[in-house]
Design a protein around this ligand. Structure first.
Ligand code: C2E
Ligand code: CA
Ligand code: CA
Ligand code: CA
Length: 277
């Protein structure tokens, strides 16, 4: 700040902060992956609309930093995508989720786990090999993991996205299109992809019981999905009124705070136990 008139700075203070943050994340996320217990997966239930049963969960990454406390995924995932660190991080997520699915299976709980993949991970040449290694090492006869992809994963390179989705499905994973309706892919592009499920983004779900435009959009998206033989998940369901509308509109699965927040394993198991009571 004491730099005189004649000196000029390439970086503004905001940019300095950004660079400092990037470096902090670079050092500490690496440490977190090596250390025990800083990274965890939380699990959020998806319920079958018809039966009310828990069909599967979504794994959501949490980071408890010794310096900063809980850091939400949106504060470090984009850095990890930029730096490429999402690849080893994503491998950890896969392994952790596969272990958990196997542990539930051993307790006679039939719960599939969906993991999120970001666009950068799809460009990793080892992605499918990593996934198939994880499945094989889990010692299960059946793949218990599913995949959530966003449209941004698919538009850059439609042909390789197509091949990757097919390979995941051959390995026994269901492939779900996340945040559906928020991207820019065309319907004809979508129709060509060998998907299993679409997830309606929570931006359409919030107050859907009071918003005619959202209602029209959601009905149209569900109609498209049904034409393409895809199942439909609604994410971010928070209110009874929303759930009623969505059920009537033909949604297959509910996910949202109305049913359960993302929870650590123990809490999820307790929640599941109490559900039947
Ligand atoms: P997403 O995949 O769209 O996940 C849904 C987000 O909505 C989660 O935020 C979840 O906690 C939150 N949510 C669930 N139900 C409700 C609800 O009823 N109301 C509201 N307001 N929110 C709800 P979260 O856990 O903070 O994750 C944010 C994003 O970070 C995820 O968005 C996903 O894109 C990314 N992410 C999380 N874990 C991973 C991961 O392991 N790998 C990758 N590549 N991305 C991840
Ligand atoms: Ca997701
Ligand atoms: Ca979303
Ligand atoms: Ca809402």
């Amino acid at each position: 700040k004491d730099a005189g008139k004649r000196t000029y700075r390439v970086f503004s203070p905001e940019m300095d902060n950004k660079v400092a943050e990037y470096i902090w994340l670079d050092v500490n996320l690496r440490k977190a992956l090596e250390a025990d217990g800083q990274l965890k997966l939380y699990y959020q239930p998806k319920l079958c609309v018809k039966t009310g049963e828990v069909h599967s969960v979504e794994a959501l990454l949490r980071w408890d930093s010794p310096d900063r406390g809980r850091i939400p995924p949106l504060d470090f995932i984009s850095y990890a995508e930029e730096s490429g660190f999402i690849v080893p991080l994503g491998r950890w997520v896969m392994r952790e989720a596969a272990k958990q699915a196997a542990a539930w299976k051993a307790q006679k709980l039939d719960i599939r786990i969906a993991i999120n993949l970001s666009a950068r991970q799809l460009t990793s040449s080892t992605l499918i090999q990593d996934f198939s290694d994880v499945i094989r090492q889990s010692g299960q006869s059946q793949c218990l993991l599913d995949i959530e992809l966003t449209e941004s994963c698919l538009i850059d390179d439609e042909i390789s996205a197509h091949a990757i989705i097919r390979q995941f499905r051959e390995l026994g994973a269901k492939v779900q299109l996340d945040d559906f309706g928020t991207g820019y892919s065309s319907l004809s592009q979508l129709a060509r992809l060998p998907l299993d499920v679409i997830k309606l983004d929570q931006s359409f779900i919030s107050s859907i019981d009071q918003n005619a435009t959202s209602q029209t959009l959601v009905r149209a998206m569900i109609a498209v999905a049904k034409q393409l033989n895809l199942e439909v998940v609604a994410e971010g369901v928070e209110a009874e009124g929303e759930a009623e509308f969505l059920k009537d509109a033909g949604v297959d699965y509910f996910q949202g705070y109305l049913y359960g927040r993302p929870m650590p394993v123990k809490e999820f198991e307790e929640w599941l136990n109490n559900k039947g009571k």
